[in-house]
Design a protein around this ligand. Structure first.
Ligand code: HAM
Length: 440
């Protein structure tokens, strides 16, 4: 009997920005994880799992003290043992920490790792933006070659295409090394100060602490100012310029379409040289005042880039590295928009119904025998009514029902019913798994 819900009782709900992942969505997760495993095998990446909690300083020093992620969005707390920990907001600093902590320098280089799991950011929840979300990431550690930057972009591009996502755009830029950025920043600040009053209050503050962040402010007023700002590409060294040129040439060679975005800087402090994002773009008909006009709906699915100085900033030796991470929920939403079907688990073709205590025990044993033979069997062992069980068999659309009643349990036989025709026949209990296997 269904339990009644007492309307006066308050039912617990998930915390804001956090969701249950129900079986239907779980199937899409499964499909995405399979795609990751496939690409990991194709490109020789090994799986790493790191803790959900890390020392807070890993992110302060790695992701960057003045990034939105660390400054505003981190779930952090002090433990009973007085450790300062944070729920991981991203994976890249943990991968680098693990490289040094686990002695990966002694492994064959470069070390290529991938991961998938939950991450946490205290953001304002909205479509595609949650407080607990899932990312998968691919990172190549200890390789500075431009070809690896191109290969990482290729991997994510192929993975998304393999999930039948179309209309993908790769945006790419190079932001050089901090030395070059320091000179650029002076020119940028000078320009932004001239337009100070037109910037949003956040950007007015950013000019002082992290002026590059103004470049990817989403406020329209700021974007208008940014459109006339000096471009970082004009401040890069010859080496950085050549590295970038090589990445672009390789992308052309691989026929990966890209857009140069001179103002793409990404919201994390550790990037050097190449930065990129992959988005889906969809034309959405507007429904209100601009009726009829198409509006571009752009959702960033992947973000990444090179981070040659991250190892140094968290206390290791300098080590070139490049990688990226993708948001699983955003990919699922894009798959839904593109009407890509999740993979449904294989449907059972056989239902096992039982009547009486002895038959129930026999049914349990028989399920085990079917499992060993790789045949998926549905049942309703908790119900005693044969009618209810056969009704379930019908609703599941199975091909065959196997019925073990009291008589069958004693005779060591079963009744095999073909659901479509209703035809029933008696089969030896010990032969039923082979009979079914042959028929399927
Ligand atoms: P990120 O751009 O902060 O980069 O995140 C990567 C992706 O995670 C985003 O493009 C988006 O799809 C997803 N994502 C981020 N925040 C949320 C959220 N609140 N809700 C839903 N999805 C979200 C990084 O995290 C870097 N660690 C990427 C990287 C790896 N760079 C080098 N290696």
């Amino acid at each position: 009997m269904d339990e009644e819900i007492n309307p006066s009782k308050e039912i617990f709900r998930t915390p804001k920005g956090m969701r249950d992942i129900l079986p239907k969505e779980g199937n899409s997760f499964y499909r995405i994880e399979n795609a990751c495993r496939r690409e990991a095998r194709n490109y020789n990446f090994q799986k790493i799992d790191f803790p959900i909690l890390e020392n807070i300083d890993l992110f302060k020093k790695g992701t960057g003290l003045y990034t939105d992620i660390v400054e505003k969005q981190m779930y952090s707390f002090r433990t009973k043992g007085n450790e300062k920990l944070a729920l991981r907001p991203e994976g890249t600093p943990s991968v680098i920490r693990a490289y040094f902590q686990e002695g990966m320098r002694a492994w064959r280089q470069p070390v290529k790792l991938w991961y998938m799991g939950p991450f946490f950011r205290h953001e304002n929840p909205q479509a595609g933006r949650y407080r607990q979300f899932h990312q998968f990431g691919f990172e190549v550690l200890n390789d500075g070659a431009a070809v690896i930057d191109a290969q990482i972009i290729q991997l994510f591009f192929n993975l998304l295409e393999g999930l039948h996502l179309k209309d993908l755009v790769v945006e790419i830029n190079s932001i050089g090394y901090p030395e070059e950025r320091a000179v650029y920043q002076l020119a940028l600040v000078k320009y932004l100060k001239r337009h100070f009053s037109q910037l949003c209050p956040d950007c007015q503050r950013r000019i002082r602490i992290n002026p590059l962040r103004v470049l990817d402010c989403k406020q329209l007023s700021c974007q208008k100012i940014v459109a006339g700002a000096p471009q970082i590409i004009d401040y890069l060294s010859n080496e950085c310029n050549n590295h970038f040129k090589e990445v672009l040439e390789l992308l052309e060679e691989l026929e990966i379409p890209y857009d140069l975005n001179p103002y793409l800087v990404r919201g994390l402090d550790y990037y050097t040289r190449t930065v990129f994002e992959i988005a889906t773009v969809q034309n959405k008909k507007q429904d209100d005042e601009d009726q009829g006009k198409d509006k571009e709906l752009r959702q960033t699915l992947v973000g990444g880039g090179r981070y040659d100085r991250l190892a140094r900033s968290i206390g290791g030796n300098d080590m070139p590295a490049v990688g990226g991470a993708a948001g699983v929920e955003r990919i699922i939403e894009a798959m839904k928009r593109a009407k890509v079907k999740p993979v449904y688990p294989e449907k059972p073709l056989v239902f096992l119904a039982q009547l009486g205590e002895r038959a129930k025990k026999e049914a349990l044993k028989l399920i085990e025998e079917f499992r060993e033979k790789g045949v998926k069997v549905a049942e309703l062992l908790g119900r005693d009514s044969l009618k209810a069980q056969l009704k379930r068999a019908d609703s599941l659309g199975v091909k065959y029902a196997i019925i073990i009643g009291r008589k069958e349990a004693i005779n060591r036989t079963v009744t095999l019913k073909t659901m479509k025709t209703g035809y029933q026949t008696s089969v030896d209990r010990d032969k039923i798994t082979s009979v079914i296997k042959k028929r399927l």
